[in-house]
Design a protein around this ligand. Structure first.
Ligand code: IMP
Ligand code: MG
Length: 182
């Protein structure tokens, strides 16, 4: 039987390390937003796994919503084009928005998104990213919360995909080079 794990060259972040880091972030957010009007906005689809864990690590009342934007095609490089595929269902007025992302890479996606959401009467807007890949940054943007900084390598798992696959890996890993040539 085919097992996704056979395509992984090495594990970068274990399930245990991830759990610990997400818990810690949830705790910090709960403290920082105790007197605020917190709303988590997750960017589909990469951030669903992180969102699920992060929201359960937050101990204060919270609203959630989802947005879908186009980022990567089936390749491993950013197209630089950001298109809204699904907008939010909720009114953002007076809300303290925390954008939940899987990875901050070039920063093009989040730079565009934060500017867009800023125009909707929000009380504040910040970024919580699971991973940060600062070496690849093009847009001027830094995360307010980040679980791990990763080197300039293409990673999969814990929501992150290659060609829509591997999102369900419970850890973060690097693919064997042969997988890209398939
Ligand atoms: P950015 O606009 O370049 O910051 O692109 C961010 C998006 O690209 C993320 O939300 C991911 O969907 C995708 N991405 C960037 N790097 C990786 C990676 O190493 N693995 C999987 N997806 C990635
Ligand atoms: Mg994404």
């Amino acid at each position: 039987m085919y097992n996704m794990e056979d395509d992984i060259e090495r594990i970068l972040l274990s399930e245990k390390d991830i759990k610990k880091a997400v818990k810690k972030m949830g705790k910090a957010i709960s403290k920082d937003y105790a007197d605020k009007n917190l709303m988590l906005v997750a960017v589909l689809k990469g951030s669903v796994v992180f969102m699920g864990d992060l929201m359960r690590a937050i101990t204060i009342p919270v609203n959630i919503d989802f947005m879908a934007v186009s980022s990567y095609g089936s390749g491993t490089k950013s197209s630089g084009v950001v298109k809204i595929i699904k907008d939010l269902d909720h009114d953002l007025s007076g809300k303290d928005i925390l954008i939940v992302e899987d990875i901050l890479d070039s920063g093009m996606t989040l730079s565009y998104l934060t500017n867009l959401l800023k125009q909707r009467n929000v009380a504040s807007i910040k970024i919580a990213t699971f991973l940060d890949k600062p070496e690849r940054r093009v847009a001027e943007i830094t995360p307010d919360y980040c679980c791990f900084t990763v080197p300039d390598e293409f990673v999969v798992g814990y929501g992150l995909d290659f060609d829509q696959q591997y999102r369900n890996l419970p850890y973060v890993g690097i693919l064997k080079p042969g997988v890209y040539e398939k």
